[in-house]
Design a protein around this ligand. Structure first.
Ligand SMILES: [Zn+2]
Length: 163
């Protein structure tokens, strides 16, 4: 799948290959740092603008989720407060904070891997993008490489419980 052009507008479901692999890599690096393994990547027109993993512990910042860091970096890269036409790939269904930030940033498409029934806000919980007060909802594609992303999270939490 990674061989397909990222810019093919006719097949959004085919965009996931390479960026989601990159997001999973970011998640693994987060786990190696002792952070909850979630990774995010932002692309525009086939170009990777930002990639990030969770850094809440390292930065002592509860808002340092992978999506937030990736959005900040991409905005900086574009010198723009909006990420119009950009797509965000993340290994876990975004929480309410990140789902809102994705909306504020005007992200075009959201691709996520594992669903998060306990903390998610897209398909789970408050389902933010279905709210009348949500002024921009991205197109959402869930379940991309969810098995790998979920396994990563599971083993991380199992190890922490065991240790
Ligand atoms: Zn979040």
């Amino acid at each position: 799948m990674s061989g397909l052009p990222l810019t093919d507008p006719m097949a959004p479901e085919r965009h996931d290959g390479a960026p989601m692999a990159m997001a999973l890599e970011q998640a693994m690096q987060a786990a190696a740092r002792g952070e909850v393994p979630v990774g995010a990547v932002i692309t525009r027109g086939g170009e990777v603008l930002a990639r990030a993993g969770n850094r809440t512990r390292e930065l002592g910042d509860p808002t340092a989720h992978a999506e937030m860091l990736a959005i900040r970096a991409a905005c900086q890269a574009l010198a723009d407060e909006r990420l119009t036409g950009c797509d965000l790939y993340v290994t876990l269904e975004p929480c309410p904070m990140c789902a809102a930030a994705i909306s504020f940033a005007r992200i075009r498409r959201l691709y996520f891997a594992a669903a998060d029934p306990k903390g998610g806000a897209v398909e789970s919980g408050v389902r933010l993008y279905e709210a009348q007060t949500c002024h921009h909802a991205p197109e959402v594609y869930g379940g991309i490489r969810e098995v790998e992303a979920a396994a990563l999270l599971r083993s991380f939490f199992q190890e922490r419980r065991g240790g």
